[in-house]
Design a protein around this ligand. Structure first.
Ligand code: SRM
Ligand code: SF4
Length: 566
């Protein structure tokens, strides 16, 4: 019988000498602003992607010029926590070394730079390194940035949850020295012939990306069920006892390919806090060994669990962890939004969450968000926490410093008084012009779209009700649109698929309602549904729940079975 044909990335990884490839040579080549095809896959493990400005593609082609290549770099910042000194360095780098001159907060609590010319990559990475920041494993077939609820209220519980997010991030980092060697000019310390170069990953790493999040109920702002592996904190007052472990979530799908589907994680049971790393490694290594390495469309953990079956997968995890799950503890998840404005923590410190539309921190005619954040970083004594809703929290502010911070936020347009409850929970992915996979606009168009949703909610007397609305430029799902009460997924320029019926707390997926429709059609449908919702909703019934109860769409219970079928 012939061997199965592995995906090309598997050969690239195996032959890369632990993620080195020919990146060093490619970096010094002046002939092109690009890397070779193979290295373009490997640089992802170092945290960056080769892109070109899609707005300029046709013009460059007409001029017979190579596309205007530049790079997007994504940092790794566990739990989204960084210091003011780090922020100032991040800001300086954006201004001096990137063409976009902006910082983009992401849906996984970190930041990205867009428009880095190849010649600036090394200087940029070294600048981050001087502030103990890096981009190792921010992308690629490894454990990505670990999310953690920023929890402003119970500060002590946040510290404990954050401790585990940081442990998971540190423990599951690749061990290869390739990043240090290529970008930081460090000498090679460990022979690559050593079988222990990558004790957890091995030379072919994971079959696909792998994502983890730690949630602290009742908040579900990390959208824990959309992750490959999620830890839901179980607390006794403000003492962390352990976690309910959930696994097998993921959003990515491909239009027209019913083998692919979004999926929410399954509940596996309770684990003691001290067993966190053992269980994380167990889940990740089962995926390493059992995951599909032939077809990258089907290689995420969600498909592995569905292929082998929940019970078989769970038994193998328990065997590898050397412990059994106990029944999941009672927890209730609620809001996925952030708490805007000032909130006082149990320790008497104050925390200010600022809404950053589309996560884009930039100075323009409307506001000076870059300048505002820089000014705050210059006087702030606490830390910053990026949120999974692409916002930022100025955390740990003493009472006497509140007026100064608030004044800076207001003067520079970082403070938005008029924020609607739905807009406050809305997210859109980057999409055009940088994302090569975008089929439609998202970040650039979404504010205008949300103005219209706000208008419809007001017209129907629904302004006091929060609805989770999310938009992406394609079905890869970077703004987790399949877990939104109203999900819009790009199909073609100006056209989207409309998904309805996810619940407010993020424990049920939505389902396709109408395909390939334009703004007028979308708004007409939503207008009609809002009218029905305003007239017929039960007390406290969320919009997504209403759509399911009134049979606008059927509930998705088992994603593999229900997402594509009635
Ligand atoms: Fe994503 C690919 C942006 C969160 C699922 N994602 C991409 C790329 C790198 C396009 C590419 O492959 O060339 C996008 C770069 C756009 C740009 O120009 O910056 C991109 N993803 C983003 C960010 C920046 C969206 C944002 O608006 O904030 C988020 C960065 C997160 C981070 O800091 O690590 C981002 N991506 C997500 C999420 C949400 C999450 O993780 O909570 C998802 C859905 C969850 C999941 O993984 O299933 C997500 N991104 C994808 C996928 C589909 C994966 C799949 O299983 O099919 C791709 C495409 C791929 O991997 O082949 C993708
Ligand atoms: Fe790009 Fe699609 Fe992700 Fe949006 S969802 S950033 S268009 S890959």
């Amino acid at each position: 019988m012939s061997e199965p044909k592995l995906a090309i990335n598997e050969y690239l990884k195996a032959d890369s000498d632990y993620l080195r490839g020919t990146i060093k040579q490619g970096l010094s080549s002046q002939l092109t602003g690009a890397f070779s095809d193979g290295d373009q896959q490997l640089i992802k493990f170092h945290g960056f992607y080769q892109q070109d400005d899609r707005d300029l593609r046709l013009e460059r082609k007409a001029q017979k010029l190579e596309p205007l290549y530049s790079f997007m770099l994504r940092a790794r910042v566990a739990g989204g926590v960084c210091t003011p000194a780090q922020w100032l360095a991040v800001d300086r780098i954006a201004s001096e070394l990137t063409q976009s001159g902006s910082i983009r907060l992401t849906t996984r609590q970190t930041f990205q730079y867009h428009g880095i010319p190849k010649r600036n990559l090394k200087t940029l990475i070294q600048g981050l390194d001087r502030q103990a920041l890096d981009s190792i494993a921010a992308c690629g077939d490894v454990n990505r940035n670990v999310m953690c609820n920023p929890n402003p209220l119970q500060s002590r519980l946040h510290q404990q949850a954050y401790y585990w997010a940081k442990q998971l991030s540190d423990e599951l980092l690749p061990h290869t020295q390739a990043y240090a060697e290529i970008w930081l000019d460090k000498e090679l310390l460990v022979s690559n012939q050593d079988v222990n170069v990558e004790p957890v990953y091995g030379s072919t790493y994971l079959p696909r990306k792998f994502k983890m999040a730690v949630a602290v109920p009742p908040d579900n702002d990390v959208d824990v069920y959309t992750n490959d592996l999620g830890f839901i904190a179980v607390a006794d007052n403000d003492r962390l006892v352990g976690f309910n472990l959930v696994a097998g979530g993921g959003m990515g799908t491909t239009h027209g390919d019913s083998r692919t589907y979004p999926r929410l994680a399954d509940d596996f049971g309770f684990i003691e806090a001290e067993d966190t790393l053992a269980f994380a490694k167990a889940v990740m290594t089962v995926q390493r060994d059992w995951g599909n390495r032939e077809d990258r469309k089907l290689s995420r953990l969600k498909y592995t669990i569905d292929k082998y079956g929940f019970d078989t997968f769970k038994a193998e995890v328990e065997r590898r962890a050397g412990k059994a799950f106990t029944p999941a503890r009672e927890v209730t998840l609620g809001d996925r939004g952030d708490r805007y404005g000032w909130v006082e923590g149990v320790d008497g410190q104050w925390h200010l969450t600022l809404f950053i539309e589309g996560g884009r921190i930039i100075d323009n005619d409307q506001a000076h968000l870059m300048t505002g954040m820089r000014e705050i970083a210059r006087c702030h004594q606490g830390d910053f926490r990026m949120t999974a809703n692409q916002n930022i929290m100025i955390a740990g502010v003493a009472s006497q410093d509140k007026p100064r911070i608030e004044q800076l936020a207001r003067v520079h347009g970082l403070w938005r008084d008029e924020l609607s409850l739905s807009r406050a929970r809305s997210i859109a992915c980057v999409a055009l012009p940088t994302c090569p996979l975008a089929m439609a606009e998202a970040e650039r168009y979404f504010p205008e779209f949300m103005d219209k949703i706000d208008g419809l909610q007001q017209a129907h007397g629904l302004a006091a009700l929060p609805i989770v609305v999310r938009m992406t430029g394609c079905p890869n799902g970077c703004a987790r649109p399949f877990a939104a009460e109203i999900g819009l997924v790009g199909k073609a320029p100006g056209r989207y698929n409309l998904y309805l019926g996810a619940n407010f707390s993020g424990t049920r997926l939505n389902k396709l309602y109408q395909e390939n429709i334009d703004e007028t059609q979308i708004l007409t449908i939503i207008d009609g549904l809002f009218a029905a919702y305003a007239a017929n909703a039960d007390a406290n019934e969320g919009f997504g729940d209403f759509c399911v109860r009134s049979r606008v769409v059927n509930a998705v219970v088992d994603a593999a079975r229900d997402f594509h079928h009635e």
